[in-house]
Design a protein around this ligand. Sequence first.
Ligand code: GDP
Length: 426
Amino acid sequence: MPTTCVVGILWGDEGKGKVIDYLAAETDYVVRFGGGHNAGHTLVLPPEIAGEGKLVLHLVPSGIVHSHTVNVIGNGVVVDPIHLCQEIEKLQKRGISIELGRNMLVSERAHVILEAHQRQDQLAESGRNSKIGTTGRGIGPAYSDRCGRIGLRVGDLIRPDTLRQALTALAVQKNVLFEPAGMAPLDVDATFDQLVAAGEKLRPAIVDAGLVLRQARNAGKRILLEGAQGCLLDLEHGTYPFVTSSHATTGGAYSGTGMPPHEMLTVGIVKAYATRVGEGPFPTELFDETAEQLRAAGKEYGSTTGRPRRIGWFDTVAVRYSGGISGAHELVLTSLDVLQGFPLKLAVDYKLADGTLTKNLPAFDLDKVEPQFLEMPGFDENICDVRDFDALPQNAKNYVTAIEEHTGLRVGTISVGPGRDQLIKR
Ligand code: GDP
């Protein structure tokens, strides 16, 4: 099957970057299909590829470190053009070859994030009674303007006449929001100049990406669709309203790229324990010192914001739900190494307020369910160097098998460390 779609199974940060980097070695095109620069993928690479230290990618697809791949920002992504230019420059300074138009393309239909959107995001978050916990980067307002039919698209950046008109019209609407909040009106001229400059830089990369991808697929090229965030943050299927503004699950991979629905292999990435950033229900969340210890062991701090991630036990009810929504054919289980020395616990049912047990994730009152746990003995061995499933400690193997039994999904690959080669294929 020439197309593979990688999605996060819970609330993001599962280690998709590492898995995509691994899969990209055998891929011709790597395509981001949703989200904005709120997402961050972290790659730990050999120093000859990107120098010392981790590589954090926000908008640029994770295939960029493989010189043979074409990396595409699909139409479903919202693009802050200033940020994109800076991210590209930063990567180039680290020795990564990015040639716009050759190995980096941006859909002309992708919507643009403006300074106005960032201001609007911050305004909304400071005034909201129940905070969603957004990163304040303007992603939600840019998607809202897309729905409201007043957004700007990347293709507008290289069309100065229509750009100025659209920007002027948008400023009128936005200033109505900003003036009562004591904010200065938008500076249309300055924004216009910045956007035109970014457009000039990006010009060689701005294409009809959907057409490019459909042609590539027809020519039998291998395409990897890279999800951001996770299924439980999907605008429609996630833990609404504590969700992102885009479609983080497989459905978004079609609409966010312009590729027609076709058979593809969907791989769900899930951590061996659960984490969540921001607000919203999290049934298996831990509040005791085990949470502190797991957070420290897994270095669970956001790659974009540095915010400490909330920590919980593995949730087979949630994973089963996301597996169904995304049509995942198999799971990649990441960070199993982090559980060394911890007890192993899995939620296998939820008890609802009326006392009934369910294996289905409810759309309402998720914060009121009581997860029912299966406890299993843990493992004390360091497994970072294990490359063969049979060589894992028996208790680790039992845990993986229990995950498969209770989620109904096969665990095809296990990640036992952040490094590129720290994988067990089954
Ligand atoms: P993404 O958004 O899904 O790509 O996830 P992030 O990159 O934000 O977070 C995943 C973090 O876990 C990164 O720092 C990775 O380097 C790290 N990571 C990925 N897989 C593993 C693993 O199997 N074990 C450990 N210990 N860390 C991992």
